[in-house]
Design a protein around this ligand. Structure first.
Ligand code: PMP
Length: 427
């Protein structure tokens, strides 16, 4: 059945759509932290948490909210009053930390970042954007254009002039040998130098922890230091929280909060699993920025009642069950276990992470050279052992990405770590 589906996939979809696994997987259902394939095999899902399913597969609270709302009404999300949208906007504005916050809902992270770029360029009357090296921001014309990770950016043609800033990756690049404080100072000096010979940019956009780029983060405090430099010049700071928002990093609700108490970004974008599988993206900005557009700007499906119902049910579950705390505790344990394994596997250069956003970087033993074949081997072996993980990384696809649903239990973390132990030893 799956083989037949693979043939049909190849016949009608673009060739550049990449699939995981030599024998591609067809997932047919899920429950909690597990999914099943078409042949009935069961897998522990250590990747779906950051893609779609933030909390748990087939979470009854979200399923109930979605089916009840779908049976009631789905209509224009913006032309008439929309109670679920207002309620979710109120809650998101409240947790945002942004004063006088307004929220605009979209259907994806790409569209959220596109909207943020539209707001920033209109507000500042500049089409120059600062972005981080190794970054990923989506696949629309403008989001692809500012994405620093060339493997994920199929065109350099873009409506925006983009300049790339150092700092998103701690372990590679010209400042990697410096200690944290000196690293931040060097990145700030580099940013100031760049601004000295550039037309005033509209904004800097950055992921607090780079997702597609391989779950890398700069030392805490970098973006607070950037914020000062930017704000002295009136330049906006956009935090792309598409992967890091809603407590995934464990210590904080937002990734930017790891960068000190200097204050929130000017614009925050979010998406991915916040509807626990229903497509929600969005932008948060203070009213002065959100209201700078001088024409109507609506999204037919952004904020639709059924996705908002999912978002509300998911957020309530997440807060009531302290899944941020769970991500911190269980993620911490998982990182510890993986570091124990890594010490015995020469291909592992680094195990890094925050909460349930964990990267295992593989290199050829004793070198800095990426080892994408080793990453593919581990992915296949983990699958054979009953575990799904992801991969990524800017220089080459050699970082294993681990991001389970945030309700992961200690027993499941131990089980996944044992499977990964065997998979890593098979390199
Ligand atoms: N920003 C970041 C940080 C992302 O990781 C992604 C998706 N990988 C996007 C934006 C784009 O989101 P979407 O796929 O929902 O358009």
């Amino acid at each position: 059945m799956t083989k037949d589906l693979f043939g049909r996939h190849r016949a009608v979809l673009p060739d550049w759509l990449a699939l995981y696994y030599e024998d591609p997987l067809e997932i047919t259902h899920g429950e909690g932290r597990h999914v099943w394939d078409a042949a009935g095999n069961k897998y522990l899902d250590f990747f779906g948490g950051i893609l779609t399913t933030m909390t748990a597969h087939a979470l009854p609270e979200v399923t109930k909210a979605v089916t009840e709302q779908a049976g009631r009404i789905i209509h224009s999300s913006t032309l008439y009053l929309n109670r679920p949208m207002v309620e979710l906007a109120e809650r998101v504005a409240h947790v945002s930390g942004i004063p006088d916050a307004r929220v605009f809902f979209t259907t994806s992270g790409t569209e959220a970042n596109d909207t943020a770029l539209l707001l920033a360029t209109a507000h500042r009357r500049s089409n120059t954007i600062l972005a981080m090296r190794n970054s990923y921001h989506g696949r629309s014309f403008s989001a692809v254009g500012i994405t620093g990770n060339r493997g994920w950016s199929p065109t350099s043609l873009t409506p925006l002039q983009t300049l790339y800033v150092h700092g998103g990756v701690r372990t590679r690049g010209p400042y990697a040998h410096l200690d944290d404080r000196a690293f931040i100072d060097a990145c700030v000096a580099d940013l100031e130098d760049l601004l000295g010979h550039t037309r005033a940019p509209a904004a800097l956009i950055a992921e607090p922890v780079q997702g597609v780029g391989g779950f890398t983060s700069p030392p805490d405090g970098l973006y607070a230091a950037f914020r000062e430099v930017l704000h002295e010049r009136g330049i906006l700071w956009i935090a792309d929280e598409v992967q890091t928002g809603w407590g995934r990093t464990g210590e904080h609700f937002w990734g930017w909060q790891a960068h000190g108490r200097s204050g929130p970004p000017d614009i925050v974008t979010f998406a991915k699993g916040i509807g626990n599988g229903m497509s929600i993206g969005g932008v948060i900005a203070r009213a002065e920025i959100m209201n700078c557009l001088d024409a109507n700007s609506i999204s037919t499906f952004g904020g639709t009642q059924v996705t908002m119902a999912a978002g509300l049910a998911n957020l309530s579950y997440l807060l009531e069950h302290d899944l941020q705390g769970n991500a911190r505790r269980v993620g911490g344990l998982l990182i510890e276990r993986l570091r124990g394994v890594a010490a015995q596997v020469p291909h592992v250069r680094e195990v890094r992470g925050r909460g349930l956003m964990i990267g295992v970087e593989l290199t050829r033993p004793g070198t800095d050279e990426a080892a994408p074949e080793a990453a593919s081997t581990v992915l296949e072996e983990a699958r054979a052992g009953g575990l799904l993980i992801g991969k990524g990384g800017g220089h080459s696809t050699s970082v294993l990405r681990i991001a389970p649903p945030m309700s992961l239990t200690v027993a499941e973390a131990e089980e996944g770590a044992a499977i990964l132990d065997r998979a890593l030893r098979s390199i």
